[in-house]
Design a binder for this molecule. Sequence first.
Ligand SMILES: [Zn+2]
Length: 98
Amino acid sequence: MELGPGIPCRCPCGALTVVLTSKTKENPGRRFYRCGVVSGENHVFKWADEALVEEIEALSVKQASMENDLIEIKEHLIDIKKDITEIVEVVAAFSTKI
Ligand SMILES: [Zn+2]
């Protein structure tokens, strides 16, 4: 089963995932995501620490994209303010001629 990066919210079977804590000798206290209904092959199992690192990496990419979008929006806003100023000046010029 191939999972996407980050925190798995749903198992391919449709069930919500749960976060549990390992009690094995190999991974004591390590938290993991698992299918909330069925434990086994073809159902979600993912270590929480690995999922969280992936989630942070994905969020970092999204944040960078949103920061670029914000820069563009600010530039458009400056242009819009300039346009409004010009329109107000034109309207003022016309109103003095009427
Ligand atoms: Zn499942």
